[in-house]
Design a protein around this ligand. Structure first.
Ligand SMILES: [Ca+2]
Ligand SMILES: [Cu+2]
Length: 330
């Protein structure tokens, strides 16, 4: 696991590969993974069946935010709201706003909706929302290692989930950001902002959007030094589950899980997180309009559930995660 990148990457924006080193081997057992991110339509079925209310739709409780004036305790979520002019990339609050009334049904705020967007990834999903959905489908969230293994599609050490060239034959392979970040999104790749799922080529395992479009939750706690700790053991960890707790030196009081994949906002001007192996992080109760998820299922669970023994599309893979196989849910 981990990411390589051009050496000057360390000097740009968010320093994409600093917490993704050293590159080290891990082992993961075979599993099934959703081909796409969970869509609005799928999430809607869950909400209809269970009456589930997402974190962004709940009024924040005073006890959780001692000292906050009551008028500030309003349900909402974080929305990308770019300035109309170029800004220094030193403060993300220039382009992120807490928007009252923003949630999965209203991704850009109360005046927006998801009509006609059934096949868009669901967004404004906090970690517990993603977990609740996973349980309802009798799946679970992937570990960070499972996610990266699946994303690499059987190729070890490439820069992107599709290979080493960002645009092979001039083709766009993922929904990322073009134009000047953050104030201008030219949509050269076909989409300014979010795209429906599965608009670009899948990776070699048949998984769509494992780079770009929306970030995806994993079940691992985020620690900046986790790869150094794992690598220092000098053993190939089997099915790593992440550290026991979260620690992000830049925001030490927040509990964060690892995010993977990058989003429609990723650009080499700032975060470059469409590079496979790079890591993101998200505070567990905070959703945004560029964060979604997909689920996995253990091989045994799938077999028991589908009541059949033959495996669909099994790949035996060498490379960074030897002996493993990824099994795709269709
Ligand atoms: Ca785009
Ligand atoms: Cu990004």
């Amino acid at each position: 696991m981990g990411a390589k990148g051009p050496p000057d990457l360390d000097e740009v924006g968010m320093k994409a590969t600093r917490d993704a080193r050293p590159i080290h081997r891990v082992y993961v057992d075979g599993f099934y993974m959703d081909r796409t991110d969970v869509t609005n339509k799928e999430f809607d079925s869950f909400v209809k069946a269970t009456g589930y209310v997402t974190v962004a739709e709940r009024k924040p409780r005073g006890e959780e935010f001692p000292g906050a004036p009551p008028q500030n305790l309003v349900a909402g979520s974080v929305v990308f709201s770019p300035p109309d002019h170029a800004v220094l990339l030193d403060n993300q609050f220039q382009w992120w706003t807490y928007e009252h009334g923003a949630n999965w049904r209203h991704p850009l705020g109360p005046k927006s909706d998801i009509k006609g967007k059934d096949n868009f990834p669901v967004v404004h999903i906090a970690y517990e929302d993603a977990e609740a959905y996973s349980k309802w489908t009798r799946k679970r969230l992937p570990t960070e290692a499972e996610w990266e293994f699946a994303a690499r599609g059987g190729a070890a050490g490439t820069s992107f989930v599709w290979g080493d060239e960002f645009r092979p034959d001039g083709k766009w392979m993922a929904n990322t950001h073009q134009g000047n970040f953050p104030n201008q999104d030219t949509g050269d790749d076909g989409y300014a902002g979010i795209a429906p799922v599965a608009q670009y080529m899948p990776n070699a395992y048949g998984l769509y959007d494992m780079a770009g479009n929306v970030w995806q939750w994993t079940s691992d706690w985020y620690r900046e030094d986790y790869y150094r700790l794992l690598a220092a053991t000098h053993i190939v960890t089997r099915n790593p589950q992440g550290p026991d707790s979260s620690f992000d030196p830049s925001e030490p009081n927040q509990s964060k899980k690892v995010l993977r994949g990058g989003s429609f906002l990723c650009t080499d001007q700032y975060c470059s997180r469409y590079l496979v192996g790079t890591r993101g992080k998200g505070e567990v109760s905070t959703g945004t309009n560029h964060l979604g998820f997909r689920c996995v299922m253990a091989r045994q669970t799938w077999q028991a559930r589908s009541n059949r023994s033959e495996l669909v599309d099994e790949h035996h893979v060498s490379g960074s995660a030897k002996h493993s196989s990824v099994l795709l849910l269709r």
